[in-house]
Write a protein that binds this ligand. Sequence first.
Ligand SMILES: [Zn+2]
Length: 125
Amino acid sequence: MFGTDFIAHSPETKPFWDAAAAGRFVLPRCQQCHRTHWYPRGFCPHCLSMIIDWQESLGEGEIYSFSVNRMKEPYVLAYVALTEGPIMLTNVIDADPDKLSIGTRVKVVFKPAVTGALVPLFVVR
Ligand SMILES: [Zn+2]
C-alpha cells in the first residue's frame, strides 16, 4: 500500500525507525562525502562509505513526479524531492489528486503501516 514498504528494518536502519517512532524525520548522511541520501541503508550510495550518521530533516519538499492509482480509493504514489536533496518514493495522502502537480510543495507526516511502524508520508503544505 505505501510506497515506503520496501524499507527493511535492520540494524543499519534502526536509528531511522527509532526517530520515526518519535515523530522525527531523519536522513542518512555520509560522514565521508557529506551527502544525504534516501533510502536508509548501511552504506553511502555515492561513495560506498559505511560511515553514516543521521541528519534532522526539515521534512519539506516538492513533488518531483507522481501517479494516481484509481483502482479503488485513489491514492497517490509520488517521488518527493526533499529540501536536503534526496528524492524519495512515497505517498501523498489527504489530497485531491486532481489538484496535485509537479512542484506542489509537501511536508512529511508519519502514519502507521500495516506492521504498526510509523512511516513517512506527505501532505500538501
Ligand atoms: Zn558518501
